[in-house]
Design a protein around this ligand. Sequence first.
Ligand SMILES: NC(=O)c1ccc[n+]([C@@H]2O[C@H](COP(=O)([O-])OP(=O)(O)OC[C@H]3O[C@@H](n4cnc5c(N)ncnc54)[C@H](O)[C@@H]3O)[C@@H](O)[C@H]2O)c1
Length: 255
Amino acid sequence: MSRLRGHTAIITGASSGIGQGIAKRFAEDGANIVINYIGHPDGARETLKMVESAGAQGVIVQADVSKISEVESMMDETWKRLGSADILVNNAGVESRAPFLETREEDFDHVIAVNLKGPFFVTQAFVRKLAAEKKPGRVINISSVHEDIVFPAVAPYCASKGGLRMIMRTLAVELGALGITVNNIAPGAIATPLNRSLLKNKPKLDALLRHIPLNRLGTPEDVAAIASWLASDEASYITGATYYVDGGLSRYYNE
Ligand SMILES: NC(=O)c1ccc[n+]([C@@H]2O[C@H](COP(=O)([O-])OP(=O)(O)OC[C@H]3O[C@@H](n4cnc5c(N)ncnc54)[C@H](O)[C@@H]3O)[C@@H](O)[C@H]2O)c1
């Protein structure tokens, strides 16, 4: 398919999991890709190989999405090396688990900095570039079913994703006049490094599967398919919405 030909996508946290899956899919659909990563150069190089095998151009840019100066440098480097970009996927995210009474300040701050402050200021830096050139664009946030449903002992993560839902809704209104759409994808349980401990814990995994009507974990490809559609011309009239990719989990959740 070539529905993203002529487009360039910046994907944060693209050295593993869902971000890597989206990079691969977007490249197969014809887009050039900015592969952002923070700590795994090997993973970023693996993503680059996937992008290049699909016949697309890829560039690797290291940046911590929670640091505004690094985010601005990432945008400058993107425009310098690829000319411009018009799709942003805010995918980078972290999770921290602890019962409420044991949650540490540094863990709360880290989750909020990466999952909430990150997408806010990455989007700001991206939209400033687009606005300067009067170009339309797409912002896709990888949120979570936990932007809506509770997850005991994971409150900071739920707060970050719930906050991301309201940032998405607000920016959809603010940026509509610029021709920039803003949407969230809310994955359920996807088999990625984020779920390392769950994947190794068979009783817990089986219990979770009993609450997923489609009776399997999701894959990065499941998430990438709707991201590709949201980035395409076919989704040009869609903004301010969350799309669930969860096998029905949010209708039957119990963990
Ligand atoms: N796996 C799931 O079940 C699931 C479910 C719902 C939502 N999500 C969301 O999907 C997104 C991707 O997660 P994943 O499951 O692919 O896990 P993952 O751990 O493979 O991916 C997260 C990526 O973010 C990167 N990252 C972390 N901090 C960063 C920072 N400060 N700057 C730049 N990059 C940073 C990591 O290096 C990693 O590559 C996250 O936002 C996560 O919350 C995942």
